[in-house]
Write a protein that binds this ligand. Structure first.
Ligand code: SAM
Ligand code: SF4
Ligand code: F3S
Length: 451
């Protein structure tokens, strides 16, 4: 208790840097909610920090090296200053655990993604005894029980809410089942309480998160139940979810697109490859035909629904025909806002030791795929010029001269709004566009609303 008091009086400042997916962003925010209780304030500058926390990602190559490189940078910054408390969190922490403490003595604590409920005690303990430790057991229940007791203070217009963690699918290329542990769904009521708290504190959009968000299942409650309950909150204007697995696009979730008033018409549904042969060797547990059946069903319910995806190019065994199948799938589905990367062998996965295809071929294929994905995005944005779109206004631009918001499809929109528009849905007439952004002018009448 005495120590707690001391920390409170010491003007502690934490600098949190986050790599990786939205779940890491959510975790970083919640870590801050937690360490605030023992007296930390946030700083955005390295130099002001007496605690430096790096929330890491392990998904693709050089992840580990990126972490040590970043630590090198911190060391340089603090060369002539008092060393900050250095904490490594996230998926590299989980994968490397005490190896990190051995390799880099500058690191003080290593905390895996399912152990954040212990972070305050771990820090306090270190302050007192200088014990360097790693906390990397999987204990999702305690993590979320703890986090639900300290409020989610995100108070942003658009807020993340993690509903599910971990993965049991073991795709042959992926580290997530090893870094995030087995699939766990948070209790239904715990999530609804957090959503209500976010809504009461200014959130207008909730993005439900999980490595397999649509596998959510808590005592029979599914993702569809969460969406329909959260959208009952009057303050919430939009609901989204990510990332889903094609095999878990169940009928109840597809049906929600018929009845929901607030679920956005962008479905992020990673397919990885357009070839059944590659999907099988990736252990994806779905075929292209099944994927396209989901696509057809959703398009039939609402033709406005658009799809985005993740692609892995150059997976071991990918032949020209497999690549063409991926190319043709993109042509057919016209994915927007997709992510595509060359396969990266990950330690401990089944695909780690498979023969790689020639790098040059992978690079050429990636370029071809990205050209088409970018073209889809440009065309989609161009088609909105002179049309009116609904924009949820999130903030002002950095120079405060314009407002920034997002369309129903998550596209960034910059327009002549002001502070009083933040948190509202306004109509903007699009004047110009590029691949990533729409530029427009706010209007008051709804004459030709399209998106
Ligand atoms: N659970 C989601 C799914 O099944 O589609 C994906 C989650 S994973 C964190 C995000 C993306 O990272 C994957 O969709 C995949 O495209 C990419 N990814 C994962 N492992 C990879 C690897 N070894 N090499 C390249 N990309 C990878
Ligand atoms: Fe990784 Fe596959 Fe699990 Fe997605 S479903 S997190 S790609 S193992
Ligand atoms: Fe990266 Fe872990 Fe997310 S590996 S993508 S931070 S689940």
């Amino acid at each position: 208790m005495g120590l707690r008091k001391n920390l409170n009086n010491m003007n502690q400042k934490i600098f949190i840097k986050t790599f990786g997916c939205q779940m890491n962003e959510y975790d970083s925010n919640r870590i801050f909610d937690s360490v605030k209780k023992i007296g930390y304030e946030k700083t955005e500058t390295y130099e002001d920090a007496n605690c430096y926390l790096l929330n890491t990602c392990h998904i693709r190559d050089k992840a580990k090296e990126k972490v040590y490189h970043e630590i090198g940078r911190v060391k340089k910054i603090f060369r002539s200053k008092k060393k900050p408390l250095v904490i490594i969190a996230g998926c590299v922490a989980q994968a490397e655990n005490d190896e990190m403490l051995k390799r880099e003595p500058y690191i003080d604590l290593v905390i895996g993604p399912q152990a954040y409920h212990k972070i305050n005690d771990t820090i306090l303990n270190f302050m007192e005894k200088k014990n360097k430790i790693e906390e990397t057991e999987f204990d999702a229940v305690s993590k979320f029980e703890y986090l639900s007791k300290i409020k989610n203070k995100a108070s942003k217009v658009s807020s993340f809410l993690t509903i599910q963690e971990g993965c049991d699918k073991f795709c042959h290329f992926c580290v997530v089942p090893y870094t995030r542990g087995p699939e766990y769904s948070r209790p239904f009521k715990q999530i609804l309480d957090e959503a209500k708290y976010l809504a009461d504190n200014g959130s207008k959009e909730i993005i439900l998160l999980g490595q397999n968000v649509n596998a959510y299942n808590n005592e029979g409650y599914r993702l569809s139940d969460l969406i329909l309950n959260i959208e009952k909150l009057p303050e919430i204007k939009r609901v989204r979810y990510t990332t889903s697995h094609p095999r878990d696009m169940t009928e109840d979730l597809i049906e929600v697109y018929k009845i929901s008033k607030k679920l956005m018409p962008l479905v992020h549904l990673p397919v990885q490859s357009g070839s059944n042969k590659i999907l099988k060797s990736m252990n994806r547990k779905h075929t292209i035909e099944e994927y396209l059946t989901t696509f057809d069903k959703l398009k039939e319910i609402n033709p406005k629904i658009e799809f985005s995806s993740d692609f892995i190019i150059g997976y071991p065994g990918e032949e020209e025909q497999d690549f063409k199948d991926t190319f043709n799938l993109i042509k057919k589905v016209k994915f927007i806002n997709s992510f595509s990367f060359i396969f990266s062998p990950r330690p401990g996965t089944v695909a780690e030791n498979l023969d790689l295809i020639e790098r040059k071929i992978s690079v050429e294929r990636l370029e071809k795929i990205q050209k088409m994905l970018f073209e889809n995005q440009i065309q989609m944005n161009k088609s909105l010029e002179n049309k009116i779109v609904d924009v949820l206004v999130e903030n002002l631009t950095d120079d405060k001269s314009k407002a920034f918001g997002r369309s129903e499809y998550m596209t960034s929109i910059i327009f002549n709004g002001n502070k009083s528009d933040i948190g509202k849905i306004v109509q903007v007439r699009i004047k110009k566009s590029n691949r990533n952004t729409l530029f427009g002018e706010i209007i008051n009448n709804l004459d030709q609303k399209v998106a």
